[in-house]
Design a protein around this ligand. Sequence first.
Ligand code: SAM
Length: 266
Amino acid sequence: MIEQRTGTRPRWPLPTSDYWSTPFAESLLQQLNLCPGASILDIASGHGIPAFYLAEQVGATGQVLAIDLSECQVESARAIQGGQLPWLRFECLDMRVLPQHLPRFDRITGNLSVMFFRPNRFEAVQGLVEHLKPGGQLALTFPSLGTFGSLWRRIDQEMAVRGLLAERRRLEAYLAERPSATDARGWLDRLLLSRIVVAEYPLEVATGAGQAFLHHPLLRGGFLDDAYECFEDQSVAEEVMTKVSEDAESFRPLIAQRCVLSAWKR
Ligand SMILES: C[S@@+](CC[C@H](N)C(=O)[O-])C[C@H]1O[C@@H](n2cnc3c(N)ncnc32)[C@H](O)[C@@H]1O
């Protein structure tokens, strides 16, 4: 639950201009039990969604350590922070192999994090749970299997029409690699955590057709680049993706599954 510490508006709200991280973070906050004075490890912290918000909520008696693998992300988060919220620290660390000397935390959060746990996803979650205090909560989000299913089906159909067998196999392998809500529940069950919640909230991503789709600020540089990578020949990729983009009606609404997992260490 989101508990506002005071009746006043947060100074570090989730950015309303972010149409991907913020909706995922909102789902995470729906499940997170936040209280002043808590110590939080925020993994895959990026530019600080939701680390800044969390830091404001736990207040000066709390601690937030926000970690990201990318030095660049850490630097830009630090630049945003300036000298504010001194109980919030951004560090460059790999969430899959946390150093032993790291303390244990009351909460471990990670918005849009689980997809980067590969190759050993279960071991990554296990490593996180080792850094939770007894009675502590883990709350993570990711776009689960099923995200943009209508688009992948349309791309596969276009590949099939052209007899692109190797490309179809690569697309299939790419999709099989995406963790599902059921996989996530399985990890939490295996770790004997309690009060397990795994929920999926659909999020519609609006898109036009043609170039508006191919250069969609949210899809390009992520999901669409993954599709292009399935092709041996990038000129064929361009042809297929252009054809798909012109038929946007066939894959709209474009739905992402915001999967949230929450569980408590006994
Ligand atoms: C999709 S972004 C999410 C950032 C932020 N939490 C948000 O919601 O905007 C994923 C972040 O995970 C980071 N990342 C990827 N692999 C990581 C790893 N092994 N350890 C820590 N961070 C990692 C990336 O550098 C990137 O900043």
